[in-house]
Write a protein that binds this ligand. Structure first.
Ligand SMILES: [Zn+2]
Length: 351
């Protein structure tokens, strides 16, 4: 990542000390961290894709190594023990074999765990899956070979979850009770009934899989989640991560409906190490950033120096929701640490 935390200021440190130091537990486990290196990309990311995908931004695409993760953790969370669950960058330009190997190497060296990014049609589970410290999968709709223009994001087109999560992945995950971190497809997100039906059908046919909805089902807006959560909350093994959610009202719904045991703090680093905020305007999600980027709302004339990092806005939105619901230390510890630790322990204890 270029210019990593170059914009860190006294004001940011004040936010940490004033809002987070006492609120956050001693140990933090970030459920959603991407690590990769530039040379894992087999081809250049097209300009079209750079314009729409924050991870393809020229400031980010150069990579986010484990060393950089440690710099961010130490700088933004001084005094805390900040750990992560790691996976590569799921983009069609990335060589997945290299991406997965890097995660495995880092996890073996540093006593942590990762998720494996599978090809959409994965038929054989890679050798030494558990020895390589994988505890589940992070499939991604963008990897589907679909008959669309090169520059088109698959997130908003009609891809079924079963187009990018193979039967083998589901069977193996069920057999060992693994984590399946799902980035749901389709424009309607959780308001598309087909997504709900597919999630329910996975839960029914494979009851031992721990299904985690990334970004709480891409619910950056209250309207994405307020009704749809009602169709999912009875699924026992269903969890959500908070990656890039900056909305207090989304978090409040999640905590009320799922309870603090099924909400996992996650950031989506490296993009969360930029300064900005996700906002909800007329039920649509927009990125806002302190410096102008083609994928965000911003300004090159207004002075936006007073912004802080997305990752702080994620935590701030959780804090306000937790406080408004009168939740206590134990709930906070669950969200930021214990829930993820328990999920991982549950898997590693069995192998
Ligand atoms: Zn992510």
């Amino acid at each position: 990542m270029k210019n990593l935390l170059k914009d860190f200021s006294e004001e940011d440190l004040k936010i940490f000390k004033g809002e987070f130091n006492d609120f956050l537990p001693e140990k933090i486990m970030d459920f959603h961290v991407h690590l990769w290196k530039r040379d894992f990309l087999d081809k250049e990311v097209s300009e079209e894709r750079q314009r729409v995908n924050p991870f393809a931004d020229p400031d980010i695409i150069d990579g986010f190594s484990f060393e950089e993760f440690k710099v961010v953790a130490e700088r933004l969370f001084p005094g805390k023990k900040y750990k992560g669950l790691f996976f590569g960058l799921p983009a069609k330009e990335v060589n997945l074999a290299k991406a997965n190997r890097y995660i495995s190497d880092i996890c073996k060296e540093n006593n942590c765990y990762g998720l494996y990014i599978p090809e959409p049609d994965l038929k054989e589970i890679p050798e030494s899956f558990f020895e390589n410290r994988f505890v589940g999968f992070k499939p991604y709709p963008d990897l589907v070979g679909y008959n669309t223009p090169e520059d088109f994001s698959k997130l908003d087109i009609d891809v079924s979850i079963f187009d990018f999560v193979s039967k083998k992945v589901l069977e193996f995950s069920n057999e060992y009770g693994l984590i399946l971190l799902l980035h749901i497809p389709r424009k309607g997100r959780l308001n598309d009934r087909r997504n709900i039906e597919e999630i329910r059908s996975i839960a029914k046919s494979y009851p031992d899989i721990k299904i985690v909805l990334a970004h709480a089902g891409r619910s950056y807006c209250y309207s994405d989640i307020k009704e749809s959560i009602g169709y999912l909350k009875d699924i026992e093994n269903l969890y959500v991560d908070t990656a890039m959610i900056n909305s207090f009202s989304v978090n409040k719904v999640l905590l009320e409906e799922l309870g603090p045991e099924r909400v996992l703090y996650g950031s989506d680093l490296a993009v969360a190490a930029l300064k900005g905020k996700n906002i909800d305007i007329n039920n649509k999600h927009y990125f806002v950033t302190s410096t102008p980027r083609p994928w965000s709302l911003s300004s090159d004339v207004m002075n936006l120096d007073s912004f802080t990092y997305f990752i702080y806005e994620i935590i701030r939105a959780i804090r306000i929701a937790v406080k408004s619901l009168g939740m206590g230390r134990e709930d906070i510890r669950n969200i930021f640490y214990l829930n993820t630790r328990k999920l991982i322990k549950n898997i590693t204890n069995n192998h």
